[in-house]
Design a protein. Structure first.
Length: 92
């Protein structure tokens, strides 16, 4: 049981390195240097979607549907406010 966290971190690191190397090689082979950035965007979007579904299910199992919906809406609003502030302020 103690080796689960380090094993998970190692597996995630190896997978990330594999995907990164694969995307760089695809970009070089296809002569499209934008492929790594686009692949990163797609993978990140899928991760956010999966995380949102898991969060929604977790809220639904703990609270009533109305409470979980309110919590998710509040979290999304806070996230959007943070994005707006960062976009308007520009890079740090």
């Amino acid at each position: 049981l103690c080796l689960a966290p380090p094993g998970t971190m190692a597996a995630m690191s190896l997978f990330t390195a594999f995907v990164g190397e694969l995307s760089v090689r695809m970009g070089e082979t296809l002569d499209r240097p934008d492929i790594p950035a686009k692949l990163t965007l797609v993978c990140s979007s899928v991760a956010v979607l999966v995380g949102s579904v898991w969060t929604w299910r977790a809220f639904s199992s703990v609270a009533s549907r109305d409470e979980s919906r309110e919590a998710v809406v509040a979290a999304v609003r806070a996230f959007v406010r943070t994005l707006r502030r960062r976009i308007l302020r520009g890079p740090a």
